[in-house]
Design a protein around this ligand. Structure first.
Ligand SMILES: [Zn+2]
Length: 463
């Protein structure tokens, strides 16, 4: 369903804008890119986008992307580590009104009534709108003033040194009937964070460049980059605020739910279920692409994702090796998606090996925990952090063990806790030579996403 809607939109955009359909590139970013994985649909098209003369024909395509810059937030809200992004990129300067007319007509053709849409454009620090051209164009197309709002300004610049410009967020009104929002008014505007407005699409008008003195001037090679995640698009069309209810993710999520043990009172079960679901899919995508869990670069990202999934599974009361079946299920749920290769059995076996290493780490940590807590009714913060620093046991697992054993934990407040964590992290935990388990304190090698990330498909914080 998600894929079907994405293809229908791409057909519409291709036809109306005279765009070429381009097949997906591999999710591993070309060497030399600032990210390890492709993090936006336009990224593999850099050469095409920045070279050559402006032309009428643009490109449209679906691209699997991986973003791990907000790994800790994955599972909460709409943050996902892998998503399929639909991108429409055009070279040259395009009149805003013509552009939005095409876009809104394409949205309407897949079931998104323009009357349900809202728009957020950039404003400066004094609160003045910075993108008058978009406001004027949308007003002329009949978008009422109460569906046009502004947000703090941040220029989009997908390519360092390339053209940059304002970003327009497109949102759909999920209405008060679907999303209860306490304390809000029925007539709230798209800048409201009550949960009524669902951000699913971005339009970046990259028509500026810097002159020799650092001032803005019209770009020699302007671009329009318009994009959104296919699941967010489906959520917008179907009036659902939650991608985990869409068929592909829902099938994995349902299975994770059956794995969870009843006794998860001390945990945020919903976020853990989503974390496992999301990470199973991302692991399947990476394994299918040929990434192997390891200690460096792409392999390290995959190992971190698997490890976070094992931790979440443990907190849910499920054995880590259940991830093998979940990764296989996630791969099967995305069969036929362009750019999502199947996972061969020998790579699934690698998930099994990683899960065994993690189980061994937990067993060792559990013994240390028993020794350290012998005869004690509670744990000091120092002990908790020693288990983390010296044994690699994540804090959330130590806390869960204490909860299950009815032990109290003297945890200092959050600032003291962070200081303590930093102190213990300098203890210099080193893995045993040949240990297949990643060191808990090894610096994360997550790929950096440019500060002005292109076509952010993630939602604004809605809570
Ligand atoms: Zn509101």
């Amino acid at each position: 369903m998600e894929q079907h809607l994405a293809h229908r939109l791409m057909d519409q955009l291709a036809r109306r804008g005279g765009l070429h359909r381009v097949p997906p590139a591999e999710v591993i970013a070309p060497s030399g890119d600032s990210t390890l994985f492709v993090s936006a649909g336009i990224q593999p098209w850099r050469e095409w986008a920045l070279s050559g003369r402006p032309e009428r024909a643009g490109r449209v395509g679906l691209q699997w992307c991986v973003r791990t810059n907000r790994l800790e937030a994955a599972g909460a809200g709409g943050i996902q580590t892998a998503f399929a992004m639909v991108s429409d990129v055009r070279r040259g300067r395009i009149e805003r009104i013509r552009y939005f007319e095409e876009l809104l007509t394409a949205f309407q053709a897949i079931g998104l009534d323009p009357r349900r849409l809202g728009f957020l454009t950039a404003r400066d620090s004094a609160g003045r709108p910075l993108d008058d051209a978009t406001h004027r164009a949308l007003t002329r197309l009949g978008i009422p003033a109460d569906r046009l709002a502004t947000r703090p300004h941040r220029m989009s610049a997908p390519f360092p040194g390339g053209p940059f410009g304002p970003n327009v967020f497109v949102l759909v009104d999920h209405g008060s009937a679907q999303v209860p929002h306490r304390g809000c008014t029925p007539g709230c505007t798209p800048d409201c964070t009550c949960g009524r407005w669902f951000h699913f699409w971005n339009c970046e008008f990259l028509d500026l460049q810097l002159d020799g003195a650092g001032r803005h001037e019209p770009a020699d090679r302007p671009l329009v980059d318009s994009a959104g995640g296919s699941e967010r698009l489906a959520c917008a069309v179907l009036g659902r605020p939650d991608a985990y209810t869409l068929p592909a993710l829902a099938s994995v999520h349902a299975h994770v739910t059956t794995m969870a043990r009843g006794d998860t009172a001390g945990t945020d079960t919903a976020a853990l279920l989503r974390r496992v679901t999301d990470h199973a899919r991302t692991a399947a995508l990476l394994l299918g692409t040929g990434v192997v869990p390891g200690g460096k670069r792409h392999g390290h990202v995959l190992r971190r994702i698997l490890r976070r999934a094992f931790v979440a599974a443990e907190l849910l009361g499920a054995a880590p090796h259940r991830m093998v079946g979940l990764v296989a299920l996630a791969a099967a749920a995305h069969r036929g998606w362009p750019g999502f290769p199947p996972v061969p059995d020998h790579r699934l076996a690698m998930v099994g090996a990683e899960s065994e290493a993690f189980a061994a780490l937990l067993a060792n940590g559990r013994r240390a925990y028993r020794d350290l807590t012998h005869g004690a009714a509670g744990l000091t913060a120092e002990t908790v952090f020693r288990l983390k620093a010296e044994r690699g046991i994540p804090l959330e697992i130590v806390l869960e063990w204490c909860r299950r054993d009815g032990r109290s934990v003297e945890l200092p407040d959050i600032t003291e806790q962070m200081a303590l964590e930093q102190r213990t992290s300098r203890v210099g935990y080193a893995p045993r030579p040949g240990s297949p388990v990643p060191a808990a304190r090894r610096p994360a090698a997550s790929p950096a996403v440019p500060a002005a990330g292109p076509s952010d498909s993630s939602p604004r914080s809605q809570s």
